[in-house]
Design a protein around this ligand. Sequence first.
Ligand SMILES: C[S@@+](CC[C@H](N)C(=O)[O-])C[C@H]1O[C@@H](n2cnc3c(N)ncnc32)[C@H](O)[C@@H]1O
Length: 282
Amino acid sequence: MIPNNLICPLCSSPLNVKDKAFVCGGERPHSYDMASSGYVNLLPPGKMKNAKTGDGKDMLRARIEFLSGGYYDVISNRIADHIAETLRGRSSVSIVDAGCGEGYHLCNITSRLEKQFDVSAVGIDASKHGADMGAKSARAKKLPVFFAAGNIFSLPIASRSADVLISMFAPIGGDEAARVLTDDGILVVCASGVRHLWEMRSIISDEPREITKGIKCPEGFEEIDGSRVFDRAFIPDGDTIKNLFTMTPFYHRCPYEGRERLMATDKLDITIEANVAIFKKI
Ligand SMILES: C[S@@+](CC[C@H](N)C(=O)[O-])C[C@H]1O[C@@H](n2cnc3c(N)ncnc32)[C@H](O)[C@@H]1O
């Protein structure tokens, strides 16, 4: 499903579909080709840092393989339930997931919400590979979710066009959230809880630290709801443990010995702990 709230990353005018491209209505129209998988690259062209911001193919592949095992569904289910409860009574919901990665969670959230609402969802990520993988998943699952490569801090989304902006384990652009949300829209933020993945972190580090940062309320918003997700899961094989490790930031910053210890582990009980906060504009 093609959303009607995409805008040009260069001139911010609305994008319309023409043949297999998105074309803006600016004086000198800019055009963005749709890939065969169905995603569109709306990263502002020519910015070198675009290439460096998004997660790499190996991380994304590991993430989709791990998440497909359902280990984190408890988190995306909770997010969907919060949205359903907060927006109860509405018939349709427009969702944007900013920093959606390979889109597993957005697809899961959409498929849960579809039972209650007419859903239109857009996943945005700096990684083109992520947007490509998301588009393929949504197509395979026949879900009304569209994916675009784009920047969280300059979203290619029209102002006041989204009922829900999701930020899951991703950087938050508070100003952009305020801009794209409707006046009664909600910002849903999900971040790691105190002992998230504690057992894995205890293997890779001699002194694992509790995650005490919490979720900060962005300026211009107030918290209206939230909850803590807590679950335990058993990982029965080394490949799945490796996928879990590869999809986390520890993949890039873990001492050699810790990595070796984890790679020699063939089963693991893990704690899954996350905080979800729901904000509305003041
Ligand atoms: C830890 S991953 C979380 C992905 C997904 N939300 C999940 O929970 O599985 C963070 C994501 O944010 C994306 N990201 C980081 N900075 C970004 C930016 N400035 N614009 C768009 N995406 C960004 C990365 O490419 C990555 O996919």
